[in-house]
Design a protein around this ligand. Sequence first.
Ligand code: MN
Length: 243
Amino acid sequence: MKLLITNDDGIYSPGLHALAEAAAEFGEARIVAPDVEQSSMGHAVTHARPLRVRTTRLNGLEGLRVNGTPADCVALGCHVYGDIDVVLSGVNLGPNIGNAMWHSGTLAGAKQAALLGLRGIALSTFSETDEPDFVTLRPHIREVLAELLPLAHLCLLNVNLPPVPAGIAWTRQSVRHYDGVVLPGNDPMGRRHYWVSVRPIEEVEEGTDRWALQHGLTSVTPLRLDLTDHGALSADVIHSADR
Ligand code: MN
């Protein structure tokens, strides 16, 4: 099995190293990752300038660092290495659940794989205090890969690990409404600036990714690329407007 490892935190992230190390136990692992952090860049692709690639050695694995986005890295990595079976993106330093799936660069790496007809698995974690403890997480990353890699019929998966996972739960995306809070402040020169943030308005629902993390479980959400609202498309309200 040939695995391509990418992320959105940049090639020097400890999460990428932990994932590459775990992936190497399941096959041939190659790293292609952004040279600087690309978090919250979503599925942006670089089209108006060329991409620069530099070879990097990371813990004995060959890697390429790219001045592009996670989606760029996957497109480029599949071109350079060829015959990639699965793209693993992460392990992100921070959760990617609910509405974050819309702007996650980590998930975009996995989505790009699915768009290319390959399999993509995004992995994220978080810490209540400082940085995630990848020594503690290592066996859990290995465990979830051992469970998911054989499931060849699932082409796009979003995985979120709590700091100390107690098990694995299959979940759905927690889509809730957010208040879109914007916090004003002043920079050291006294000029006005703003932090764009969000706070969930509604309570957590059972069976969702957010619920799993709250219960100390690793959340695995199967996703699809088709965003069409098939219910609306077949509903009388749309077809009656045509008449
Ligand atoms: Mn990130």
